[in-house]
Ligand binder design. Structure first.
Ligand SMILES: Cc1cc2nc3c(=O)[nH]c(=O)nc-3n(C[C@H](O)[C@H](O)[C@H](O)COP(=O)(O)OP(=O)(O)OC[C@H]3O[C@@H](n4cnc5c(N)ncnc54)[C@H](O)[C@@H]3O)c2cc1C
Length: 491
């Protein structure tokens, strides 16, 4: 029985662990924190339960096919609810849009905002559906080790239609003129790691995922998905060790022999590292076994980090849906503050999740659970004074936009920002979502899933292929596990 050490317990690590265990490996997951789930951990306080990271459940097909690998269904573990409206967007001048779950209603909404908006959306989504389908079949489940992987006749034939070389910014404007519609199309790219001008139009597949496949909510929160994956992994024999921080990956003759922690050594035939790639390479490997140097890392474009407030409010809040985007300030200048000249934004856009609108278990009766997120550049200065300033700014704006005061009803409050990402996850520059989805950081241009110096060391997670986000991390773990299995089988 081959022994595998998996570092970290985020989505990618849990996926890798189960795939390897299902193939007969003896897998141990080592997690530095006390709780499992990585950036998707949860915490409870004063009767509220907060998802700490992801809240948008998109691309349900990716979750379905993951559980299907093991002959399981999502309904074996958790209940999924389709959100309708999918989300609410606040624009300037008290303009509010509800983005409906039904496509027909969405076409109608676009028509009401721009002449032929519905037809144009239909065309946009038809093309985006093609990209999604080809992307799922030919791109995202590939390890990205060599361009040869992509020499598939059908894929190459359709390459032109994938718009790999065209910017998302330009592409969207070919279809829509109204700034509100443009923002609806561009926001997934911004929030999940990229400046629309530098992001290939290929990523319009994300707009398809968001608008056509629905926005879902796992009742109980994202932690239910983590719990499902842990239950599945445990049933396959995966062992979990929490509060165990790996301090070194032992390497001899270009092969890892196992991992070290607290003076103990755990032998392994292969290691899958689902912790942040930069941390694993720079801190756990001796210099001669690192594929990338500090210069490489400092030249990477990072996806945004975040300033988050977890708030418990002891009254009901009107005019909020489950997901709420506040785009009442200038989109482009916030994008510049993240990617152009990284600095704290003057007039930030922000996002509010209010899961208690859907799920009574996350807040005491008559109360609301709020998750407020401001996307910011990774690597900024973070201190209590800045956090306080943005708390005041966002709450004041929020109260004005929803037309209701609630600041005095906040009975629980916790902030989370760059310093916490670094401390809790060893996140490079305090990043939240890994690397931005630029062309130069796509597929073979991402940090390699397999170490170039240590034959049996594999990487998974949001800093390698296919990229940031829960579904990509879920895929990443499966692909990394298959790479490890190929190695163990001598293929
Ligand atoms: C605030 C926030 C909001 C997000 N919102 C969404 C969303 O709505 N939808 C979406 O799809 N995605 C979202 N994402 C992105 C998504 O959550 C991540 O891409 C995904 O969870 C990353 O998973 P991962 O497998 O890369 O590992 P991570 O979750 O990053 O886990 C890595 C684990 O490794 C552990 N570790 C690090 N070093 C060591 C060590 N030396 N020894 C042992 N363990 C170690 C860490 O403690 C951590 O648990 C969000 C992320 C954040 C932070």
């Amino acid at each position: 029985m081959k022994r595998i050490a998996v570092i970290g317990s985020g989505f990618s690590s849990l996926a890798a662990a189960s795939v390897l265990a299902a193939k007969g490996c003896r897998v141990t997951v080592y997690e530095k924190n006390k709780t499992l789930g990585g950036r998707a951990r949860t915490f409870s306080a004063d009767g509220f339960t907060f998802d700490m990271g992801p809240s948008w459940y998109w691309m349900p097909d990716v979750f379905d096919s993951y559980f299907d690998l093991f002959g399981k269904k999502i309904s074996d573990y958790y209940e999924l609810k389709l959100l309708d409206p999918s989300y609410r967007v606040f624009f300037e001048d008290n303009n509010v849009l509800h983005v409906p779950a039904s496509l027909d209603a969405l076409y109608g909404l676009f028509d009401s905002i721009e002449k032929n908006g519905g037809v144009r959306l239909k065309q946009f989504l038809r093309e985006a559906a093609y990209k999604y389908e080809v992307g799922m079949q030919n791109l995202v489940y590939k390890p990205g080790q060599s361009l040869v992987e992509f020499l598939d006749r059908d894929f190459l034939k359709g390459l032109f239609r994938m718009h790999v070389l065209q910017s998302f910014h330009r592409y969207v404007r070919k279809y829509f003129k109204d700034p509100k519609l443009i923002r609806i199309m561009e926001f997934p790219v911004l929030f999940l790691g990229g400046m629309p001008r530098n992001t290939p139009a290929l990523y319009s597949l994300m707009s398809y995922a968001g608008l056509s496949l629905g926005t879902w909510y796992p009742m109980g929160g994202m932690s239910k998905v983590i719990a499902a994956m842990v239950t599945l992994a445990s049933s396959l024999g995966v062992e979990f060790q929490t509060d165990v921080e790996i301090s070194k990956i032992a390497v001899r003759d270009n092969l890892t022999r196992g991992v070290h922690c607290n003076g103990q050594f755990f032998a392994a035939d292969a290691v899958v590292a689902g912790a942040d790639y930069h941390h694993v390479e720079q801190n756990l490997l001796a210099p001669e076994y690192r594929t990338y140097d500090p210069k490489y890392w400092s030249s990477r474009v990072m996806a945004p980090s975040s300033l988050i407030f977890y708030l418990g409010v002891n009254k009901k809040i009107n005019n909020l849906q489950h997901h709420n985007l506040f785009f009442d300030e200038d989109f482009d200048s916030h994008i510049q503050d993240i990617y152009g000249q990284p600095r704290w934004p003057n007039k930030p856009l922000f996002y509010v999740c209010c899961p208690s609108k859907t799920d009574p278990t996350v807040a005491p009766r008559g109360s609301e659970n709020l998750f407020v997120l401001i996307p910011i550049a990774a690597g900024l200065n973070d201190d209590e004074e800045i956090r306080h300033k943005y708390f005041e700014l966002v709450i004041t704006r929020l109260e004005k936009l929803i037309g209701q005061q609630f600041k005095d009803n906040i009975i629980f409050q916790r902030s989370y920002c760059l310093k916490d990402f670094k401390k809790d996850y060893h996140a490079f520059k305090g990043n939240a979502y890994g690397l931005a989805n630029t062309l130069k950081q796509t597929a073979v241009f991402k940090p390699s899933m397999r170490s170039k110096k240590v034959e049996n060391l594999f990487f998974s997670g949001q800093l390698t292929v296919p990229g940031p986000g829960v579904p990509p991390s879920l895929i990443s773990g499966q692909v990394a596990a298959r790479q490890a299995l190929n190695y163990l089988n001598g293929d």
